[in-house]
Design a protein around this ligand. Sequence first.
Ligand SMILES: [Zn+2]
Length: 227
Amino acid sequence: MTKQKQVSTVLYMPSLTSHIRKSEAGRKYRGEAEARFLLSQLNEGRTIDRDSLRQIILALQELGDCRPITRQRVLSGDPSQVEEMRKIEAVNKFLRQYEARPRLRLPSPRGAPIRLEWRSTPKSNTDATRVRRDANLELKAVLIAVELAQQGRIASVKKCAYPNCKRWLFARFKHQRFCSEACYELFHRTDPQEKKRRSDWAKGNYQSRKELELGSRKAAQRKGGKR
Ligand SMILES: [Zn+2]
């Protein structure tokens, strides 16, 4: 009897989670606000070189967590440090295509301090197809990607897992893979592997329910027999 009661408590959980979700609406997730501009460029930035932005993001993700450089690691030729240096150089290779100078701007109306921006130099925009404004947008997005990597949040910037959707998202949680509820639904409806997984689960569920029913019927019979 006590067991049954516990089960019913668990069944009440969904209402509890929906309550949590409501209060999460106003919650801030580290890196999410910074990532907004980066995502807008990844998803809608038609004028920038999105391929290079994507490559930089992937190279930063590849970098992962790097350990501090120490004298001991240098002297011992620590192979993991050699690998980290190789990965960081891979990012630098991409960053070398940008040339910029610092520029101060007055605070934004939201009360932030004086702003420091990096503006691309006219020299780096000699390519006739590249307008300076676009070069600045791209550079701003790249610098945000670097900032997210510094915060340990670059892994949250990912491509939607629904193959027909080309959008990028900022995952609030590690397991978040879709840009929207709609893509989540579409993926689970159409993905053959997922379809199989669900039908297997349904089959297994049916089987175990049957076994349970059978078991309890047998137990009831045994109980009845004892009396
Ligand atoms: Zn999507």
